[in-house]
Design a protein around this ligand. Structure first.
Ligand code: UDP
Length: 356
């Protein structure tokens, strides 16, 4: 079997790290890096830390609007698919690279396999939601992280085969976190005490591209009465600089700004945080896995189970709601929602059976 994997941004490198090495034990994989995330901090560091094989093809497509970026990816993918003639195109998650890989493959008549299929926030104003829905409806093999994702796909009557494999990020967490948890030196280097800081990330277009919402985000962070550590995504840093808000955060004694961190250091900060404040999808799930309460800076989430079980509160950019959520005690119950850490194996088995 020949698999053409299309990845392009930080969470996809992490997800592919659970699958690619196992896939390559039995099959041929051609990995295409679209270039969506190209800086070392968002790309190269994950290949070296997580043992992800170097991509066979680099498309070097980045920047521009979602339409322009996805369009350039489609144009660049067409000849790669024609040349390699894979049995299946494998895509992950909900980005422009996911959508471009899915459409380019489907147009070439190649079956698409989608890892993390069926996630829904039911908010079609978000590009990620549109990418998920469109990708799922051209996919032949829909590999789901959770029971909720399976039910979402059944309700939408998708045409492809739906399979529950568990979440591939759980595999990576189980492999790396025990080591990361022990890295108290990384906390000490940032003068952080376990359980006594809030880990912040924010980079959704809906929060940082609108100057009014960006100001609300900054004011919310300034009001938090705990030490904050905030690894800044390049997009967020650029928007804060343009809005002349970066210095307000820099000047706040309780806010520690850092560059984007590698997986291990970031995992250490997740595992030891008192709470997580984020608009990231992956981090909501990781906070749950780490048993750390999460406050989500969005009005909706695709990780609905985390909210239902009381570990995640959606506050959008409401400062009062965020402050109140920070004071909530953590729930007692913590069921396994996202599988047993063997999702990567199941993805490979499902692909093997599918391509028969
Ligand atoms: N992450 C990281 N370093 C950081 C911030 C995040 O390694 O400085 C990891 C995090 O552990 C998670 C993934 O990146 O696994 C989430 O990526 P991101 O928030 O960019 O994407 P989303 O999940 O929102 O699509």
């Amino acid at each position: 079997m020949k698999v053409l994997t299309v990845i392009g941004n930080r969470p996809q490198f992490i997800k592919a790290a659970a699958v690619s090495p196992k896939l390559r034990e039995q099959h041929e994989e051609v990995m295409v890096h679209t270039g969506q995330h190209f800086d070392d901090e968002l790309s190269a560091v994950f290949f070296s830390e997580l043992g992800l094989p170097a991509p066979e093809r680099q498309l070097n497509v980045s920047g521009g609007s979602n339409t322009s970026q996805a369009g350039r990816m489609l144009l660049a993918l067409e000849p790669v698919i024609d040349e390699t003639r894979p049995d299946v195109v494998l895509v992950y998650g909900d980005t422009n690279s996911t959508l471009a890989g899915a459409i380019a493959g489907a147009e070439a008549g190649i079956p698409i396999a989608h890892v993390e299929a069926g996630m829904r926030s039911f908010d079609r104003s978000m590009p990620e939601e549109r990418n998920r829905v469109l990708t799922d409806h051209v996919s032949a093999l829909l590999l789901c992280s959770s029971e909720v994702a399976v039910s979402n796909l059944r309700a939408e009557l998708v045409a492809g085969n739906v399979e529950l494999v568990g979440d591939v990020m759980v595999d990576v967490a189980r492999a790396i976190w025990p080591r990361a948890r022990g890295r108290s030196d990384l906390l000490a280097a940032r003068s952080l005490t376990s359980g006594e800081y809030v880990l912040v990330t924010a980079h959704r277009a809906g929060n940082v591209d609108d100057p009014g919402r960006l100001l609300r985000l900054v004011e919310l962070l300034l009001a938090i009465p705990h030490p904050l550590v905030f690894p800044l995504h390049p997009r967020t840093r650029a928007r804060l600089e343009a809005a002349e808000l970066l210095d307000r955060l820099r000047g706040a004694g309780h806010v520690q700004l850092t560059p984007p961190l590698g997986y291990v250091e970031f995992a250490t900060l997740v595992c030891h945080a008192g709470a997580v404040l984020t608009d990231s999808g992956g981090l909501q799930k990781e906070a749950y896995l780490a048993g750390v309460p999460c406050i989500t800076l969005r009005p909706s989430t695709e990780w609905t189970e985390t909210v239902q079980h009381g570990w995640n509160v959606l506050v959008d950019l409401d400062r009062g709601a965020a402050l109140a959520a920070l004071e909530r005690p953590a729930p007692i119950e913590h069921p396994d929602l996202y599988g047993d850490g063997r999702a990567g194996e199941r993805v490979v088995s499902a692909l093997t059976l599918f391509c028969g």
